[in-house]
Design a protein around this ligand. Sequence first.
Ligand code: ZN
Length: 324
Amino acid sequence: MSTNTATKILGLHHVTAMSGDPQTNIDFYAGILGLRMVKVTVNFDDPHTYHLYYGDGLGRPGTLMTFFPWPGARKGNVGIGQVGVTAFSIPKGSMDFWVNRLSEAGVPFFGPEERFGDQVLSFVDPDEMPLELVESSEGDPRDAQPWNGLGADVAIRGFHSVELWLGKMEGMEALLQEIMGLSLVGVDQGRSRLAANGNLPGNRVDLVHRPGTPFGTTGVGTVHHMAWRVESVVEQEALRQTLERAGLRVTEIVERNYFQSIYFRTPGGVLFEVATDGPGFDIDEPLATMGTTLQLPEQYEAMRGELQRTLPDLVLPDGTVVTK
Ligand code: ZN
């Protein structure tokens, strides 16, 4: 299969992980990292738990970190077959700001160290999920949409990359390059970097060969899946058929209200989703107030009264209590 197929992967869309306490999660991702809460909804497969979406001020694909908070649930172990590290992109010249900000917040970190010529700061979130902030030497061309009091000169621009931990590389390299159309753009310290749609922050995945590492287990503090962007269901359906012809089992197109999705398990064990750019997060509430009111899909609207009682109250960094 060549890269001249209809597949047009535009970059990373979102990363979805499992967390513990939702308020602790908000205080970290919105409060310390300064991301915007762009949607408060429920897990469409289990409406008794929240699904929290963070992103930039516009909630654009490529900036979206999402969580299923399950307070008291079993802790997972990050390992082979998972997204091992999720990396956010910070603007050129902002590393000192972030070192100070994490220090003042009492978040231990490692680095910054150099990788592919970029500066990388490593730390974990309150559920011990590995994260990085990456200051690219060439900068990040995405315009700033800052939130939660951060300035445009320091605000996270979105994802830089995700790092996949693999027991073997072969199947994943073939999938990403030959079927999904990514290109190998670099090899550094045992990692292969591939990029979709130009070698830019937000379009990259690093494959890391870790044969001695145990397999990951699903649970709090681990990434559940990662999603790639396509423009529309036309590209999505074409890719779905290409994947199936290559012998992968792919779901039908699933309606996620804010985008449409397909899912498949990769040869490396990582669960991939491919999601459309639209319709976006302002489909059920105004852009200006997104993330301040619990949004339910139609099938769960009748449960709102019950969910108001059972779902915990959430407070955003500016003191706004999320309306249920
Ligand atoms: Zn997803």
